[in-house]
Write a protein that binds this ligand. Structure first.
Ligand code: 5GP
Length: 191
C-alpha cells in the first residue's frame, strides 16, 4: 500500500533493537484518515472472504480494527492482556511473549464472543516474531471458529513471524513489508 509506505518513510523512526516507531500516526497519535484507507485496503484484500468478526489485541490493534470493521460491517473483539474481574463466565486463554517488552503475558477472550460459527479476521498493527498472531490464532482455534486470515499493517519481513505464521497455514495480508531498517541512517527498505 503506497500511501502507507510513504507515511512510514516520512514519519517512521528506526530505533535500536529493530523497533520501528510509528507513534505519530499509527499507535499513539492516530491518523484516522489513514486508518480509513487501511480499512478499505483490508476489505479489498479480503473481499473474497466472508467475515463475521474482527479479532485484535489491546491496545494498539483496537483503533485500526474498529475503523476497518466499518468496511466489513462486523463487531470487533479485542483480546485483553490481563485477567480482569469484569469478565464473567469462561474465557479462552493463550500466552504471548511481547516483542517490545520481552515479557510473557496471558491474553483472554470471553467464550461468549467467539463462537464456532464465526469467521474471524485478525487485525494487528505489527507482525514481528509472530507471538501475538499465533496467540490470537490459538484463541480462534480453541473456540472452533474459522480463521479467515490476518490483516497486518506493518510486517517486519526480516523477523521470523511472517514465515512461521504462514507455515502454520494462516493467510496473512500485510500492507507494508519492511525488509531492512538501518538504525544509523534511518533508511527503511520495503519488499
Ligand atoms: P510479535 O508478537 O509478532 O513479535 O510482535 C507483534 C506485537 O509487538 C505488535 O502487536 C506490536 O504492538 C509490537 N511490535 C513488534 N514490533 C514492533 C515495532 O517495530 N514497533 C512497534 N511500535 N511495535 C512493535
Amino acid at each position: 500500500m503506497e500511501l502507507l509506505k510513504e507515511r512510514i518513510r516520512n514519519d517512521g523512526k528506526v530505533k535500536e533493537g529493530n523497533v520501528l516507531k510509528v507513534d505519530s500516526f499509527l499507535n499513539h497519535q492516530m491518523d484516522i484518515n489513514l486508518f480509513g484507507e487501511i480499512g478499505k485496503e483490508f476489505k479489498r484484500r479480503f473481499s473474497d472472504a466472508e467475515v463475521t468478526k474482527i479479532l485484535t489485541i489491546e491496545a494498539s490493534g483496537i483503533g485500526i480494527a474498529c475503523v476497518a470493521a466499518q468496511y466489513f460491517n462486523v463487531p470487533v473483539v479485542f483480546a485483553k492482556k490481563t485477567q480482569t474481574k469484569n469478565i464473567a463466565g469462561e474465557t479462552y486463554t493463550s500466552q504471548v511473549e511481547s516483542f517490545t517488552h520481552g515479557k510473557v503475558y496471558d491474553i483472554i477472550v470471553a467464550k461468549e464472543f467467539l463462537k464456532p460459527e464465526d469467521k474471524v479476521l485478525i487485525i494487528d498493527d505489527f507482525l514481528a516474531n509472530g507471538a501475538a498472531l499465533l496467540g490470537l490464532s490459538k484463541l480462534v482455534k480453541d473456540s472452533k471458529a474459522t480463521l479467515v486470515g490476518a490483516g497486518i499493517v506493518i510486517e517486519k519481513g526480516f523477523q521470523r513471524g511472517g514465515e512461521t505464521v504462514r507455515n502454520a497455514g494462516v493467510r496473512v495480508e500485510s500492507l507494508a513489508i519492511v525488509d531492512a531498517m538501518d538504525e544509523n541512517t534511518g533508511t527503511i527498505t520495503f519488499r
